[in-house]
Design a protein around this ligand. Structure first.
Ligand code: HEM
Length: 400
């Protein structure tokens, strides 16, 4: 039996067989080691993401004590302050107010204007990889592309961009189930450094505004106080982290999936018009963000089981994306799959605001790699990153 065990490297390497067993067991399954309720079916994940009886946060309605939860230790405060005031962890009406401001920068039309820049950058990075005869797809292409794009949008100077990956990686350690004390310590010190850095950046842009998102958020804050200083710091951190982390992983997960399916890779190389559908199918097939949690703010009932206020649901995106009730032959990579209602960008009020940008970036790097590295092959089986929630590779060495 393939067990659901987020700390087992074998499960992390391939969680999909365990998901099939969870789906067969029921619609909601209690998981004692995390105290969460696992939700493995597509229809439920999709409906619950839209259900306002659930929240990403609960402190807007309850204290930790009222909610039956132990407050986090005081030494974790810098992490929770940074994490808890960004767009993703706000709830309406605060969420609605901040989302409106941020969404302006990410509408499909605004993002469409970035296409030439993103394509040029992708071409340059892939040309570098080609000139070297190979390298690491992770560090040579997958990371620098989305990091540069989101840093450029926020106005982070080029010399500071090396700081972003380590901060993001340390903070992401807290999103894994039951993070160990060492991961928490790293996340806390990254939160302190990142917050200080962003306060400095905001102060500099306040002095000398530019044509960037930080300056736009400052203008909104200063004009009619629509964003608190902490919301601004937290939302900038969120944008910088979310703006690259999943895209990096989706790029390498996607290429590793292609390398393992030579038939599909050959079809893609023969017909690059498949790129948009391939991007969607790869996001489904190996889901970069496997789990998002929700708090139960008011009792709900799933399949006859009452889940009480204070409980935590683990919505299993990777499982939803492999649910045969929605996807024919879900374990097969099918770049020509027509209906593809994958849930990789979420749903409901927190639906990924960066989805149009992520799609542009993933398509640009894929097109550049197909054109300039037509014989790219992996050098060896890549090492996986240990995390389950944030699914990625530690590197993807390739030769051309
Ligand atoms: C393949 C790449 C990406 C994936 C798979 C992804 C996935 C997601 C998901 C699933 C959520 C919702 C989480 C939840 O409901 O709890 C989300 C939210 C978010 N994403 Fe993305 N994302 C990606 C790229 C990006 C990019 C490029 C940005 C750039 C700005 C971004 C910014 C955000 C933000 C700010 C939110 C919070 C939205 C809100 O709470 O209203 N993401 N993302």
């Amino acid at each position: 039996m393939a067990a659901f065990d987020p700390w087992d490297p074998a499960f992390v390497a391939d969680p999909y067989p365990a998901y099939a067993e969870l789906r067969a067991r029921g619609r909601v399954i209690r998981h004692e080691p995390t105290g969460q309720w696992l939700v493995p079916h597509h229809a439920d994940v999709s409906a619950l993401l839209r259900d306002r009886r659930l929240g990403r946060a609960y402190l807007h309605r309850f204290s930790h004590e009222d909610f039956g939860r132990t407050p986090p230790p005081p030494e974790h405060e810098p992490f929770h302050t940074l994490d808890g005031h960004g767009l993703l962890d706000l709830e309406p009406p605060d969420h609605t107010r901040v989302r409106r401001l941020v969404a302006k920068a990410f509408t499909p039309r605004t993002v469409e204007r970035l296409v030439p820049y993103v394509r040029t950058l992708a071409d340059e990075l892939v040309s570098g990889l080609a000139a070297a005869g190979g390298g690491d797809l992770l560090t040579d292409v997958a990371e620098p592309l989305p990091v540069a794009v989101i840093a450029e949008m926020l106005g982070v100077p080029e010399s500071d961009r090396v700081l972003l990956r380590p901060w993001s990686a340390a903070i992401c350690g807290m999103y894994e189930p039951n993070p160990p004390p060492e991961a928490a310590r790293r996340a806390v010190s990254a939160s302190v450094e990142f917050s200080d850095y962003l306060r400095g950046l905001i102060a500099a842009r306040r002095e000398a505004p530019g044509d960037d998102l930080v300056s736009a958020l400052i203008a909104a804050h200063d004009e009619d106080d629509r964003l608190t200083e902490q919301e601004m710091v937290s939302t900038c951190a969120l944008l910088l982290n979310a703006g690259h982390e999943a895209t990096v992983n989706a790029t390498v997960n996607g290429w590793w999936a292609l390398f393992r399916d030579p038939g599909q890779l050959a079809a893609l190389r023969a017909d690059p018009t498949l790129v948009p559908a391939a991007v969607e199918e790869l996001l489904r097939y190996d889901t970069p963000l496997q789990l998002f949690a929700r708090w139960v703010l008011d009792d709900i009932e799933i399949d006859g089981t009452v889940i009480p206020r204070g409980a935590e649901l683990a919505l299993l995106f990777g499982s939803a994306n492999h649910d045969p009730a929605v996807f024919t032959d879900p374990g097969r990579l099918d770049l020509a799959r027509r209906a593809n209602p994958h849930i990789s960008f979420g749903a409901g009020v927190h639906y990924c605001v960066g989805a149009p940008l992520a799609r542009i970036e993933l398509a640009a790097s894929m097109r550049a790699l197909l054109a300039k590295a037509p014989a790219m092959t992996p050098v060896r089986e890549p090492e996986r990153k240990p995390g389950f929630v944030i699914r990625g590779l530690a590197g993807l060495p390739v030769s051309l």
